[in-house]
Every structure is written in structure tokens, then in C-alpha cells.
Design a protein around this ligand. Structure first.
Ligand SMILES: Nc1nc2c(ncn2[C@@H]2O[C@@H]3COP(=O)(O)O[C@H]4[C@@H](O)[C@H](n5cnc6c(=O)[nH]c(N)nc65)O[C@@H]4COP(=O)(O)O[C@H]3[C@H]2O)c(=O)[nH]1
Length: 817
């Protein structure tokens, strides 16, 4: 709604309100006046107009009251124009009722009537001019019928001249009409003013409301922004707190490290220290505050400071870099610092400074050096033999590989010499490992001396050495080196109180003739070394193709021997020992046989060497002794009483520290008389291991067991050493017996042995007696005991028993001892 129409509506509403709102008062006054007037003039009134006037008055007043009542009850319809004209009609009805009341007057020529009527008219018309001025049609409908009636009644009466009254009425009517109009206009103006005021108040109200709304909005916005501000402040405070915590942490981290940390600002030329940790401050002997904000020239002077600045500039130009330098602390101690310099950037990613972390690496350097030395030592250890300091197998393999490469490049030859000490195990077993080790060291030094510096001597382990000869001219050169090595052994080695004589067996393989890789060369040299062992040791042999087969066969034999022990494939045969004068059997020599599942019966010469080398002879020998002792007891039960059971003992067995116990156990467990047991040892054992042999032989003597020296005469037998040992018998080796009838030397040796035995009060027995002639010569020289094919080959137990029984004279009624 526009402002104008809203204003108009307001005025109309207020006019209607004033117009209808006066109904109760004006009606009451109208009815009261009508009654008073009736009461006062009823005698002069005509009945019909009076009744009509009363009825119309009553209806009109009632209508106005009803209209007013409805108007009050329906505020929503108050603006409707219908109220106005309905109330106007009712008001017009009252005007008509008044007119009828005037018309009912009979004596209108009587002034006592006319006067009150006019007074009444002037009164109610004047009141109407005020009460109905807001709506002129109502005023006119109310007043003009009365005016017209009065003028008509004035004009109608003829008795007195009342024309002045008519004019009076007319003038009054004009005046109150004007007055009503004026009142109406004034009223409208006031209402308009009031409407304007109301509009202004309304606008003001709206303005105030708007302002209040704005103020509320602003207040709310202010509150929100305050809240936001508060939150921001809280966040900022929390962030600042977090930053502070971080800063404190960072500072504590920086200060907890022993590394020197500092950072400089190069946004200007100075390179001022932005900060540093306590370690750096301690290094400078200052407080952190004394460093921060200063530059290197201020802290270190023109020269050092200038150099540091140059370093920083280089870092900023080229990125991070590390430097190592010795520096001195204020207290004078020197350390090696490793300094890592890194450029750092600002928010715009511009390099603005340098961060440096310096670490004391003095100890680290030392431990690196120690580690390097340890690694070198380990490297040395990994490639060298600890005992002799010689290169070990690993180093040898590497070196031979390289040497082969060089030989290929230069078209030269190589030689690999495999050196194995003969009977070294015996020395180790008898004299102990300490002596054995010292011997190995001594031999290793001799081996090194026997070759050129460019050649290599390596120890493969145990008593095995390998020599690598480079730039070999020909095969002869290798043989010469082999000979030199054998020469190195010739002189006895003195260790503590022992004088040890040892020999070596050498096998030689040549590159490229015998192999073109390390493994083949080593394997073939090993095979050649075995050949020299088999050929009697203390020799050097060049590799030949058949040696590989032999070495393989030897390996196969070794594994078969293990199996033979497990499968009990061994058996013992017995060769009778007889008194050549009577032919009676005085003893038996137990001889080992291998009943091979495929090759049949195999003699000991085929496998004893391998059994000795591998140590299997210890178990096999113990088994033979056990069998022999049991057999001796079995024969005793069969009536063969006087008989010595001879059992061969190898050097390896003798040097076994448990051997004496083994012998005791086997003899005792078989229930055998120790005096009837004879152990045959070789002459070589007595020469090579005199100490050990003496100790063990004394033990046997104490037990009552007899000892015979086998193969006597083949070694360096001497009266001197024989006297030292508790032995009871010498066996003349078959090699002297074989040609005794033809060879005067053999006869002389045999005769000397017999004489020696006699002088030392030892029994002497000849072995390998095959002919009567040999027997006769031996008897003539004073040797009466013998064994040989002349009397019997080796027999199984039953055969032996039969052999003895056939020679009844051999069964003697009482034992020898
Ligand atoms: N040509 C010829 N030979 C004769 C004659 N009379 C006996 N023989 C052989 O000479 C060897 C005598 O044994 P040895 O000298 O102790 O020599 C033995 C001995 O050193 C060793 N041996 C045998 N059995 C054992 C044993 O149980 N333990 C040990 N450690 N060695 C044993 O094997 C070697 C050889 O034993 P065998 O082959 O049984 O050979 C035996 C025997 O059969 C003869 O008139 N003419």
C-alpha cells in the first residue's frame, strides 16, 4: 500500500470510528430529549405523527445501536464503507423522526410551543453539527428534513407572522451547515495530521525496528567476530605455546647432542650467527648469547673468519658439503671435526644462510683405523694359516688361479708341488701336539727357504704343504725343486730335548701338461704325492695319468675298509712258528685277511697302508688281537698248551695313547695268559719314536706280555738302542733269509742278528724259511726258531689245530713260561 492511500485509509477509519463511536451517547441523549419533549408538549401533539415519530425514532436509534455493536464486534471489517451508509441511513431516520415530532405539533402559532421547538431544533442541530461533522451527508440527512419541516410549518401557519423565524431557521441552518463542514474539514485535517504523525511514528517505529535489527545484526556480528577473535587468539596462543614447546624441545635436542650446531644469516654480507647449541658455545668457550648476532670475523679474527666465510659462500653456491679438520678446544685438547654445511632457504625459497653440524670424529677415525687393521688381520687370517703364518688353502687356490691366468698371458708353465710329511701323525700322537706344531713351523720355514721369494709355500692343513712354482722352464726344473724340498727334510729338527728326523713325500703336477685349472693341478699333485708314499716315501714323483686311477682306487679302498669293519669282513689266519730242530710248533703268528665280498680273500699288503694312514688300523688291530687271544684260549681248551700267539702291531697302534689299555682289556677279557701273547713291532718304530716305544713296551713287560722286533735288520738296528728296550725276541727279516744260501751278505747279517740276540739274551726267529737249506744254515748259525712255507703257510684256526695235532711232539705237557 502506498503512503497516500494508507494515510487516506487511516483518516477514513478514524472518521468512521468517531462517526459510529458516538452512537450510545447521542442515542441516549436523543431519546431522552425526545421523551422530555413529548412529556412537555404531549397535549399539543397530533397522535399519528407522534406515534410515527416515536416508532421511527425507536427503530433508528435501535438500528444505530445495533450497527455500533456490530461495528465494535467486527474490527476486521471496520474499513468497509457499508458501516458509514448504514449508520447514515439510521441517522437520517432520526432526522425524520424529529421532523415527524415537529409535524405532530398542533398549536404552532403558539409561541410557547414554537419557542421550545425552535430551541430543541437549535440544540439538536447544533449538536448534530458537532457530532456528524465528520460525515456531511449524515448531517444533512439528519438536519435538513427538520429544517424543511420547520420552514414548512412556519409557512403553513397563518395566524402570526413567523417569517423572521423562518429566516432565523434558514440562517441557523446555513450557519451550522458551514460550521459542520468546517468542523468536518478541521477534523479531517487533524486526522490527516494525526495520520501523518501516525505515519511518522510508524516510519519511525520501522526505522527504529530496522535500526534495532541492524544493531542486533551488528551486535551479533560483533559477538561472532569477537568469538572468532577469541578463538583465533586461543589458537594463536595454543600455536605459540606449541611453537614454544617445539622451540624448547628443539633447543633441548640441539643442546643434548655433542655435535656442534650453528646457523648463520647471509641475507646481508656479514653472515651473522642466528643461533648455535651449547656444544658449539663450549667449543668457542663463550656463552650462546655472546655468539648470536656476531659474525666469524668478530669471533675468529680476520684470517680464520674470512676462510669460514669463503666456505659458507661455497656451500651456498654449490649445495651441502663436508669437511674434516683438526681443531683445538679452549682447554687445549685437539679433535678431528667433520663439518657438514648445508644452505637453508627462506619462505621465498631463496638461500639465506648456512646450517653447519660438526661432529667430533676422533674416536670414530680411530675405531675405523682399528677396524681396518682388524679387517686386514681378518683378511690375513682368512688367507693364512695361523700356526705357520703361511698362506692357507683359500689363498693358495686364489694364487694358483691368478698364476694360471698369468701363465696363459705369458705362455709360461707352472708347477704345483704337494708335500706330505711321512709319519707325522706318529710324532703328533707320541710326542704331543705342541711338539708336532713346532715341527710343522720348522718345516714350513725350511720349505720357504728352499724356494724363490716369488714362489709360494702354503699349508693346506695337517702335515700337508703345497708349493707353487711360477715361470717354470721345464719339467726338470720342477723335479729340481722337489729334490730341494726333500733336502730340506734331511737335517734332523731339534725341538726341546727331541731330535726329530722326518722325511717328506712330494707329488708334482705341471701346468698346462697335467691340468689347466687349480683343482685339477692340486688333485694331480696329491695323486703324485701318494705315489711317492707308496714307493717308499721320502721321494718326489711327477704326476702321471695312472696315478689318478690309483688315487681313486685308494679312496675307494678307504671307504670299502670302513664298510668291511661294519660288515665284519675280516678274518684271521695263523702261521705256525716251529723249532727247526724238533719240528714242534712253538707259536702262531696271527695274520689278517680281508674276505672281500667281490674280490675274495685279500692279503694285508693290499690294505694295511691305507688302514694305517686313515687310522682304521687302530680298530682293526684291536679286533685281530681279540680274535687271536680268544683263539689261543680255544686251542688251550682243545689241549694245545705250549704256544705263543704272535700278533702284528703297527706303529700307529703303538702310538695310540689308549693302546696299552686296549691290549690289557683284550687279553684279560679273553682269559688269556699274558705270557703266551707276543706283540710284533717294527724296528722303524723303535728308531722313530724311541721315547714312546720305551714307555709302552715297559707297560707290556709289566703286564707279562712278550715283544718281538719284526723285520729286524732292515732298519738302522744297533746294539745301543736294543738294550734300552724290554724286548724278548728278534725276527730276522725274510729278505735276509731268501738268499741266505747264496748271498754272503745276507748270511752275515743273519748271523750278526743271531749273535746280537744271543748276546742280549733274546730269542731269534727267522721268517720266510722256504727251503731245508735255509733252515740248515740258520740252525748252523744258532737260530732254531722259524716260520715259513717250508713248514706251513698261514692256516685257518681248524687247519692250524690239525697241523699241531699231526705233530704230536709239539703238544707239550707244560707251558713255556
Ligand atoms: N714269501 C714268503 N712269505 C712268507 C713265508 N712265510 C710267511 N710269509 C708271509 O710273510 C708275512 C709275515 O708277516 P709279517 O712279516 O709280520 O708281515 C705282515 C705284517 O707286517 C702285516 N700284517 C699281517 N697281519 C697284520 C695284522 O693283523 N696287523 C698288522 N699291523 N699288520 C699285519 O702284513 C704283512 C704281510 O702279511 P702276510 O701277507 O700275511 O704275509 C705274511 C706271511 O704270509 C714264506 O716262506 N715265503
Amino acid at each position: 500500500m502506498g503512503e497516500q492511500s494508507r494515510r487516506q485509509a487511516y483518516i477514513q477509519a478514524r472518521q468512521l470510528e468517531d462517526f459510529i463511536g458516538q452512537a450510545p451517547a447521542t442515542n441516549a441523549a436523543t431519546l431522552a430529549v425526545w421523551l422530555i419533549f413529548y412529556i412537555g408538549l404531549r397535549d399539543n401533539m397530533a397522535a399519528i405523527p407522534l406515534i410515527l415519530s416515536g416508532l421511527i425514532m425507536f427503530v433508528a436509534c435501535a438500528s444505530r445501536i445495533l450497527i455500533w455493536h456490530s461495528y465494535q464486534k467486527q474490527p476486521e471489517t471496520r474499513a468497509a464503507e457499508s458501516w458509514r451508509w448504514r449508520y447514515t441511513i439510521a441517522t437520517g431516520g432520526i432526522g425524520v423522526a424529529w421532523s415527524l415530532l415537529y409535524f405532530s405539533l398542533l398549536d404552532f402559532q403558539d409561541l410557547s410551543v414554537v419557542a421550545p421547538v425552535l430551541m430543541l431544533f437549535f440544540g439538536i442541530a447544533g449538536t448534530a453539527a458537532i457530532a456528524l461533522s465528520s460525515y456531511m451527508p449524515a448531517f444533512m440527512l439528519y438536519s435538513y428534513p427538520q429544517i424543511a419541516t420547520l420552514i414548512a410549518m412556519i409557512l403553513a401557519q397563518t395566524q402570526i407572522n413567523l417569517s423572521f423565524l423562518m429566516f432565523t431557521v434558514l440562517i441557523y441552518a446555513l450557519l451550522i451547515t458551514l460550521y459542520a463542514r468546517q468542523m468536518g474539514q478541521r477534523n479531517r485535517r487533524q486526522l490527516a495530521l494525526s495520520a501523518d504523525n501516525a505515519g511518522l511514528v510508524h516510519e519511525l517505529g520501522e526505522e527504529v525496528e530496522q535500526r534495532e535489527a541492524i544493531i542486533q545484526q551488528r551486535t551479533q556480528a560483533l559477538r561472532d567476530s569477537n568469538l572468532q577473535l577469541e578463538r583465533q587468539i586461543q589458537h594463536r596462543e595454543a600455536a605459540e605455546k606449541a611453537v614454544q614447546v617445539q622451540y624448547t624441545l628443539l633447543r633441548s635436542v640441539l643442546n643434548s647432542t655433542t655435535d656442534l650446531i650453528y646457523y648463520k644469516d647471509y641475507r646481508n654480507e656479514d653472515g651473522l650467527y642466528l643461533g648455535c647449541n651449547q656444544a658449539f658455545a663450549d667449543f668457542l668457550g663463550r656463552d650462546i648469547e655472546q655468539i648470536t648476532g656476531k659474525n666469524d670475523i668478530a669471533l675468529f679474527g680476520q684470517v680464520t673468519g674470512g676462510l669460514r666465510r669463503l666456505d659458507d659462500r661455497e656451500t651456498m653456491a654449490n649445495g651441502h658439503g663436508t669437511q674434516e679438520a683438526w681443531v683445538t678446544y679452549p682447554d687445549g685438547h685437539k679433535v678431528l671435526l667433520s663439518t657438514l654445511r648445508t644452505p637453508f632457504r627462506d619462505d621465498a625459497n631463496e638461500i639465506v644462510g648456512v646450517l653447519a653440524i660438526a661432529r667430533d670424529i676422533t674416536e670414530q677415525k680411530k675405531s675405523e683405523q682399528t677396524l681396518r687393521r682388524q679387517q686386514q688381520a681378518l683378511q690375513h687370517l682368512a688367507h693364512h694359516d695361523q700356526l705357520t703364518g703361511l698362506p692357507n688353502r683359500l689363498k693358495l687356490i686364489e694364487t694358483v688361479g691368478k698364476a694360471i691366468g698369468e701363465a696363459i698371458d705369458h705362455g709360461t708353465q707352472l708347477a704345483v708341488l704337494f708335500v706330505d710329511l711321512d709319519h707325522f701323525k706318529d710324532i703328533n700322537d707320541s710326542l704331543g701336539h705342541t711338539i708336532g706344531d713346532q715341527l710343522l713351523v720348522a718345516i714350513s720355514q725350511r720349505l720357504k727357504k728352499s724356494v724363490r721369494a716369488a714362489d709360494m709355500v702354503a699349508r693346506l692343513g695337517g702335515d700337508e704343504f703345497t708349493v707353487l712354482i711360477r715361470d717354470l722352464k721345464d719339467e726338470q726344473g720342477a723335479i729340481e725343486v722337489g729334490e730341494k724340498i726333500l733336502d730340506a727334510f734331511r737335517e734332523a729338527v731339534s725341538i726341546d730335548s727331541h731330535t726329530l728326523k722326518i722325511t717328506g713325500s712330494v707329488g708334482i703336477s705341471l701346468y698346462p701338461r697335467d691340468g689347466d685349472d687349480t683343482e685339477t693341478l692340486l688333485r694331480n699333485a696329491d695323486a703324485a704325492m701318494y705315489r711317492s708314499k707308496r714307493d717308499g716315501r721320502n721321494a718326489a714323483r711327477l704326476y702321471a695319468a695312472d696315478m689318478t686311477e690309483q688315487a681313486m682306487a685308494r679312496l675307494a679302498l678307504e671307504s670299502q675298509l670302513h664298510e668291511a669293519i661294519r660288515n665284519e669282513e675280516f678274518t684271521v689266519r695263523y702261521q705256525p712258528q716251529v723249532d727247526m730242530r724238533s719240528g714242534s710248533v712253538v707259536g702262531a703268528e696271527a695274520l689278517l685277511r680281508w674276505n672281500h665280498p667281490m674280490h675274495g680273500l685279500i692279503g694285508p699288503d693290499q690294505f694295511i697302508d691305507v688302514a694305517e694312514d686313515t687310522g682304521l688300523i687302530i680298530d682293526i688291530g684291536a679286533w685281530v688281537l681279540e680274535q687271536a687271544c680268544r683263539q689261543r684260549e680255544a686251542w688251550k681248551r682243545a689241549g694245545i698248551m705250549q704256544l705263543t700267539m704272535a700278533v702284528n702291531i703297527s706303529a700307529r697302534q703303538m702310538l695310540d695313547p689308549r693302546f696299552a689299555d686296549t691290549v690289557r682289556e683284550k687279553v684279560v677279557s679273553a682269559g688269556c695268559n699274558p705270557h703266551e701273547v707276543e706283540l710284533e713291532i717294527t724296528e722303524g718304530l723303535l728308531i722313530q719314536h724311541p721315547e714312546n716305544a720305551r714307555r709302552t713296551l715297559q707297560t707290556f713287560r709289566d703286564m707279562g706280555i712278550q715283544v718281538a722286533v719284526d723285520d729286524f735288520g732292515t732298519g738302522y738296528s744297533s746294539l745301543a738302542y736294543l738294550k734300552q728296550y724290554p724286548i724278548s725276541k728278534l725276527k730276522i727279516d725274510a729278505s735276509f733269509v731268501r738268499d741266505i744260501q747264496h748271498d754272503s751278505n745276507d748270511q752275515a747279517i743273519a748271523s750278526a742278528v743271531i749273535a746280537l740276540g744271543r748276546s742280549l739274551d733274546l730269542d731269534v726267529i727267522a721268517e720266510g724259511v722256504e727251503t731245508g737249506e735255509q733252515s740248515a744254515i740258520l740252525i748252523r748259525h744258532g737260530c732254531f726258531l722259524a716260520q715259513g712255507y717250508l713248514y706251513s703257510r698261514s692256516l685257518d684256526a681248524a687247519g692250524f689245530q690239525r697241523f699241531v695235532e699231526q705233530r704230536s711232539g709239539a703238544v707239550l705237557p707244560h707251558p713255556i713260561a
